[in-house]
Design a protein around this ligand. Structure first.
Ligand SMILES: [Zn+2]
Length: 290
């Protein structure tokens, strides 16, 4: 059961959107998206379960992730309400279709699609009709993307979630945009698909050494304090410790995920439904090594 106030607000917003849609000519519910200025030129766009990022520079616009086609069209409209500068780049955060499936909308505007080479390699092997292949790739742990006077550091921490997972660092704004690796006030998503819990923990610890004040997210909220990185890491460590403790106690293997309780996180979204699934993921990594 998802119980937070934020979720309640989201439901209210969704219901509101539905009313509008039913009243209008097109009877299709649409989330109530909003644009949030994070710093001059740096924006979050989206609602609830999907927020992308864009940066307006002197020489054009950089978009980070598109989500699906409908989201990308709304995102393009949001950009266009602020500037008529060309869309120069769309940068993919990682290979998961749900985050990048609408990039064609920006490519049609002339954008170059950029990703880490690990993302592009995976997409070559697992193409989707919705996903546009990157036009250019970058490699290694860091690449600097400059446009006008603006600067984005593209950071790769190695395996953690998906392929070529890129964290966007805005050094002038002292902000990062991290996708899927930090979701504020929520336990891990479902069975934590395509996550390596121990590499995720390592990445969060490394991320927490960078110089930034605020974090932009892809899910649950547009932006929050840097402490959300440490909170995410603490949850994963507490979850692992609870699994290890059950193993040490001799709790039957198949019962362990249903035995674990972490009451300090019971207010987090997804606690009741997803905690056992999260525990399965960590337990199986401990048992199988992957
Ligand atoms: Zn993902």
């Amino acid at each position: 059961m998802l119980r937070s106030l934020r979720f309640a607000k989201l439901l209210a917003a969704a219901a509101f959107g539905l009313c509008l849609a039913v009243a209008g000519p097109v009877a299709k519910a649409r989330p109530v998206y909003r644009t949030t200025m994070i710093a001059p030129g740096l924006y979050s766009f989206g609602a609830g379960m999907a927020f992308n990022a864009f940066m307006i520079t002197d020489d054009g616009v950089i978009v980070m992730d598109s989500f699906d086609k409908a989201f990308a069209e709304a995102s393009l409209q949001a950009v266009r309400s602020l500037t008529d500068k060309p869309i120069k780049y769309v940068v993919y955060s990682h290979n998961h279709y749900d985050h990048i499936g609408g990039a064609q909308v920006f490519k049609a505007e002339g954008a170059t699609i950029l990703s880490h080479e690990a993302t592009a390699d995976w997409l070559k092997r697992h193409p989707s009709p919705e996903v546009v292949m990157p036009d250019r790739t970058w490699s290694g742990p860091k690449s600097e993307l400059r446009l006008g006077k603006s600067r984005i550091n593209l950071l790769y921490f190695g395996p953690n979630h998906g392929e070529g997972m890129t964290v966007f660092e805005f050094p002038n704004e002292r902000v990062i945009y991290t996708v899927d690796l930090v979701v504020p006030d929520r336990v891990g998503f479902a069975y934590m698909p395509d996550f390596s819990p121990r590499e995720w923990e390592r990445t969060l610890a490394e991320l927490d050494t960078l110089d930034f004040e605020r974090v932009m997210y892809a899910h649950n909220a547009p932006v929050g304090p840097r402490s959300s990185v440490a909170n995410q890491l603490r949850y994963l460590k507490d979850l692992r410790a609870a699994v290890v403790a059950e193993l040490a106690k001799g709790t039957p293997f198949m019962r362990i995920p249903y035995t674990i309780k972490l009451p300090q996180y019971e207010k987090w979204d997804g606690y009741e439904e997803w905690l056992p699934m999260n525990a399965w993921r960590v337990l199986l990594e401990i048992a199988m090594g992957v």
